[in-house]
Design a binder for this molecule. Sequence first.
Ligand code: PMP
Length: 368
Amino acid sequence: TKGRVLNFGAGPGCLPEEVLITAQNELLNFQGSGKSIMELSHRGKEFTKVIEETKANLKLLLKVPDNYDILFLQGGATSLFAGIPLNLCDGPSDTIDFLVTGAWSKAAYNEAKLYTKANAVIDMESSKFLSVVNPAEWKFSEKPAYIHYCDNETVHGIEMPTNVYEYTPAGVPIVCDMSSNFLSKPVDVSKYGVIFAGAQKNAGIAGITIVIARHDLISRSKPNVPNVFNFLKKSQQNSLDNTPPTFNIYITGLVLKWLIKNGGLEAADKRNQEKADLLYKTINESNDFYCCYIDEKYRSKMNVCFRIKGGDNDLEEKFFKQAEQNGISDIKGHRSVGGIRVSLYNAMTLQGTEILINFMKKFMSENK
Ligand code: PMP
């Protein structure tokens, strides 16, 4: 649409235009109710249908087994850095094992320490989060309450392989922060105890956190876990014990319908792989004009981080400026890392990615 730019932001990220148009069309009068979705009771028949459909479509897309429940929470993924230890641990003497592979798993590790013991199985900060130690060398503690890792480190551009569970001790639940690659590819939910994700990258807008948790872990929640985080209470009341972020759930519902219409997660994975391959190929073949320092085995398909000429700040500034003039927006790396970060979430098209790549090639030829 005229006036809209190519948004490569890391989150809140781009949404499918179709979703925005549907939301716009339905804004004043939601499906004949005479009210907007934002003005409807969370217990009324219209919203009940929205939340049920949204849950059912998440179940369908991710093939969520019957012994799991889907919860909608508020407070962002960050709230669960406290919420999950509170729900799943018995008390301060429990230990949680963390794979610290970037800023977000580190944040979760640091917050868990306020409630219980936290053990860093690996901590990649000393090598600037550019790689991950070989799984054969991961050392888990004796009896962890669970293992936490982040599937895709949004700030550092590190994405874990899909088979992490093959390297963790049998019987220990795995808790996975999938905030920035949720719904980007198929996932075997049965391998996880809890999967959680803020919606604002691939699944909607900021303000809703999606939790997929196994029933036996949900039932670990004790009554003194605050209601807003309490997995058991949320599950028993279908996330409607208090007013949920209704508009946000509605937008997630629209995103899920868009995903299903476009071939589900297998098709999304294929599109994402193609976009990421094209971009990394451009970087790899640029003769070090563009350089990605991240271990090839762990390069994220969602957040592609790279530098120009080994970190030439002036040239990078020029790159950002010219990109903006070409309708390419939000490609600045996280302030703690610098450089460039291009996020290729589900809603970014192949065509948009190709426009960026052509710009990169032109910029390279003019600034070699
Ligand atoms: N985990 C990951 C992987 C993230 O990318 C983010 C946000 N960018 C968070 C957690 C925190 O999410 P929120 O801002 O929704 O609290």
